[in-house]
Design a protein around this ligand. Structure first.
Ligand code: HEC
Length: 179
């Protein structure tokens, strides 16, 4: 068959199979309910939108930290007790150049990100296992060790978004009205 004859045949074959694919779906999956979606809808916005009820302070956080975090992040939050576990305290000025380690105190624009990250990703071996009170306490502990809040400050959905991170104003926001 010459190429000029093959082309219309191919086009016809494609259109038939596409129509067939729409007509006969494999019948997989099921519609999602609000309740199905809720456990996945855990993103915290910079202004604290979506923060859950609960609270915690640094003293409680210190105990949980020793139990569940120090094995990787080090007893004094110095990091790298296992390779790749970032230090959770300190951070040199970012003006030292592009290779400067970007850490919580010198980089994060919003304190709410600390909560979000811990809740969704930590401890590295069992993410999503912490209760919200534990996440607030751990967030308070880490912020307090970085001297970004006082030792006795309680973190909850009202207080956490009010913590001003040192690097907050050094980001260029493409859509400032959406924050
Ligand atoms: C099994 C090891 C392990 C354990 C246990 C662990 N982490 Fe991590 N953590 C890591 C690693 C590895 C990273 C770096 C992840 C990355 O870069 O994506 C990290 C990153 C983080 C970060 C982000 C730091 C940054 O500079 O952005 C925070 C915050 C954090 N961990 C908190 C905790 C807390 C709180 C606990 C205890 C509940 C904990 N981690 C337990 C391995 C661990």
């Amino acid at each position: 068959m010459s190429m000029s004859k093959l082309a219309p045949v191919l086009a016809l074959a494609l259109s038939v199979s596409v129509t067939a694919a729409f007509a006969q779906t494999p019948g997989l999956g099921k519609p999602l309910t609000e309740a199905d979606i809720k456990p996945w809808d855990i993103s915290i916005l910079p202004d604290g939108t979506n923060l859950p009820p609960g609270s915690g302070n640094a003293a409680t956080g210190a105990k949980i930290y020793t139990e569940k975090c120090a094995v990787c992040h080090g007893v004094n939050l110095e990091g790298n007790a296992i390779p790749g576990a970032t230090p959770l305290v300190g951070g040199p000025p970012l003006t030292n150049g592009i290779e400067t380690p970007k850490m919580i105190a010198n980089y994060y624009a919003y304190a709410t990100t600390v909560f979000d990250f811990i809740r969704r990703a930590m401890p590295g071996t069992s993410p999503l296992s912490l209760k919200d009170d534990e996440v607030y306490a751990l967030t308070a502990f880490i912020l307090s060790k970085n001297k970004l809040i006082g030792e006795n400050d309680v973190m909850d959905s009202k207080n956490l978004p009010l913590v001003k991170m040192p690097n907050r104003d050094n980001f260029i926001l493409p859509y400032p009205d959406r924050i």
